[in-house]
Design a protein around this ligand. Structure first.
Ligand code: AGP
Length: 609
């Protein structure tokens, strides 16, 4: 997720922009830049790295104009570099953008036909070219922006300035947040309230399809068709610290609620609707790779390892390829049977986990093909892999991984579909059905998030227990592991994930009124056996909290708590089951008073072995 700030008014533009970008640093970014006017000329200054690098390139008084835009970039298309940093510009137009333009390649080709030349690897740059093209064809500034945005498929929050209109700042949004702040004779735009809250508390929230034209004292909002719209100004009561979390109490809760957007962004531009195919650009996974490989080995740590376990179910079932899943900390010590006929998939949110990197180097030494599933562009893991499939979940600040995990599972699902097609294991119709299921997931997640209060109430009833079992069968077993990890790492309660079938082989000795059990149930061969597990637990006075994907009166009678979620196919229901487990762990931890975002003894990225 990138950060955007813009200003039009009589303050020192450079100061307003840099202050705003500094307030957005918490989101994580890899490059930054600003565009403003000096002696009537639109001037752009950008840098790879942090804002302090940008400040080194700016002298005091670099800009004397009234208008400017600034950006902190979290790379999604194009590696971190000055050339890929925003603002992007062409002719006399500069643009900052947050979101993903799905059809940027086609637009770029169309513009190159008109002799446009491009200087970056980004999707964003096409926006500046389009606006410039429409202005050069005689459109006014607002109309040129409207016409350009109509051509975009995907998501955007944009800030635009143009040298011919040195007193105008334009903002627009579609599926990516953008606000307009109003001051006395001045206007601000931002992707985050945090960027402008210290200048104004009066904010207009743009809606999808809105375009806002800002001058020093006035804001005009319209549709892309030019129809005037009124957006009521809101007064923001947050303090700056609350604003960084956009009103959520913790980054973890904010990131749990960002999952619909993160999942949408991860899916976006990877499904060719017309052809009904999966596209995994940057993965470097050619037909030759799939013709050659005989097995797959997935490696990760912690939550990323849990994602790998889910990937095994998907890939083996859909691609008929044997898949082994190993912990990064174990892989290199067992002389693994890996060869040049092995495709290795390394899963890591940070891309800096030492054990996962060590496993990659061992796989490389043995001649395996190496791809990574990662959330941080150009991280060590990505640089040492032969291909990458990014999770695009945006910066994950909370130590407990939430949105990155569900995006990892989506990426593995997309990989399984892609691999199955490359190995002729899926018909077009089967693929289309599986894609349709995937596209529904972000909305289904929203439905589950709406149950937060119910889950919180259940958490209240169990906050005093110090031991939990989490049980699942089949593909729900890795979710039981993930749910247990979430609870233990942020609440410090001992929670253990177990295959439900293993209960009689030991864990049932733990069951009594002091050890609640979380059970995960989905329709399938193992459902009746799960009911048997529940009866065994209840017979020993154990409490049972059931998370399930369908209504069953028997279940309602048997257990102490039930959270019902929407259902999908077996692979994707695993994602849906994860959401309430995240919320349960979060609320129990909050009630126990732990540091949810920075739990004791833990780091966001374990860069040491
Ligand atoms: C998950 O909530 C934990 N923060 C931890 O298990 C994490 O998944 C693990 O350290 C791997 O990190 P990575 O995905 O950045 O490699």
């Amino acid at each position: 997720m990138c950060g955007i700030v813009g200003y039009v008014g009589n303050r020192n533009v450079q100061e307003v922009l840099l202050n705003g970008l500094r307030r957005l640093e918490y989101r994580g970014y890899d490059s930054a830049g600003i565009a403003a006017f000096h002696k009537g000329t639109l001037t752009i200054v950008r840098t790879e790295g942090k804002i302090k690098e940008l400040e080194k390139k700016l002298q005091v008084g670099s800009f004397d104009g009234k208008v400017g835009i600034g950006h902190t970039r979290w790379a999604t298309h194009g590696r971190p570099s000055e050339a890929n940093a925003h603002p992007h510009f062409y002719g006399n137009v500069a643009v900052v953008h947050n979101g993903i333009i799905e059809n940027y390649r086609a637009l770029k080709a169309m513009l190159e036909e008109k002799d446009h030349t491009f200087n970056s690897e980004t999707d964003t740059e096409v926006i500046s070219h389009l606006i410039h093209q429409f202005i050069s064809e005689g459109c006014g500034f607002e109309t040129a922006v409207q016409e350009a945005l109509k051509l975009l498929e995907g998501s955007y929050a944009v800030g635009v300035v143009c040298e011919q209109f040195p007193n105008v700042l334009i903002a627009a949004r579609k599926e990516s947040p953008m606000i307009i702040g109003k001051g006395d004779g001045e206007c601000f735009i931002a992707s985050d309230i945090a960027a402008i809250l210290h200048y104004t508390k009066t904010v207009l929230f743009l809606e999808d399809g809105d375009i806002g034209v800002c001058s020093a004292g006035d804001v005009k909002i319209a549709t892309l068709e030019g129809e005037a719209i009124r957006r009521e100004p809101k007064t923001i009561s947050w303090n700056p610290v609350m604003a960084e979390k956009e009103g959520f109490k913790h980054f973890m809760l904010k990131e749990i609620f960002e999952q619909p957007r993160a999942l949408t962004d991860t899916i976006r531009s990877r499904i060719e609707k017309t052809r009904g195919e999966v596209v995994l650009d940057q993965s470097n996974l050619s037909q030759e790779v799939f013709d050659r490989i005989e097995n797959i080995c997935i490696v990760g740590c912690g939550t990323s390892w849990h994602a790998g376990l889910l990937g095994k179910f998907m890939i083996e079932a859909l691609c008929s390829l044997p898949v082994e899943v190993d912990l990064g900390s174990e892989f290199r010590y067992r002389d693994p049977l890996v060869s040049d006929k092995t495709l290795m998939i390394f899963i890591s949110q940070s891309g800096e986990t030492a054990d996962t990197l060590a496993a990659l180097r061992e796989g490389k030494r043995k001649g395996a093909r190496l791809i990574s599933v990662c959330n941080v562009m150009d991280s060590s893991l990505v640089r040492e892999s032969e291909g990458v499939i990014y999770t695009r979940s945006g910066p994950e600040i909370g130590v407990a991984s939430t949105k990155a995990f569900t995006c990892q599972v989506v990426v593995l699902y997309l990989f399984a579909l892609y691999c199955a097609r490359m190995r002729n294991r899926l018909s077009s119709q089967e693929l289309s059905t599986l894609i349709d299921d995937l596209v529904k997931v972000p909305h289904q997640v929203e439905e589950i998030l709406a149950q937060e209060n119910l889950i919180k109430e259940i958490g209240k009833r169990y906050v005093g227990f110090n031991n939990f079992l989490y049980l699942g069968r089949g593909i729900n077993y890795p979710i039981a592991l993930e749910g247990a990890l979430k609870l233990k790492e942020i609440s410090y309660i001992h929670a253990e994930g177990y295959p439900a079938g293993e209960m009689k082989h030991g864990p049932i000795a733990l069951i009594d009124e002091n050890t609640p059990t979380v059970v995960l149930l989905t329709k399938g061969r193992a459902y009746e056996k799960m009911l048997g597990n529940i009866e065994e637990i209840k017979a020993r006075d154990g409490k049972v909290i059931a998370f399930t994907s369908f209504h069953d009166p028997r279940l309602q009678e048997e257990v102490d708590e039930v959270i019902t979620i929407p259902s999908s196919n077996a692979y994707l229901t695993s994602i849906l089951l994860t959401i309430p487990l995240q919320l349960f762990a979060y609320h129990v931890a909050v009630m126990r008073g732990t540091d949810v975002d920075q739990p004791r003894n833990l780091a966001k990225s374990v860069t040491v072995e």
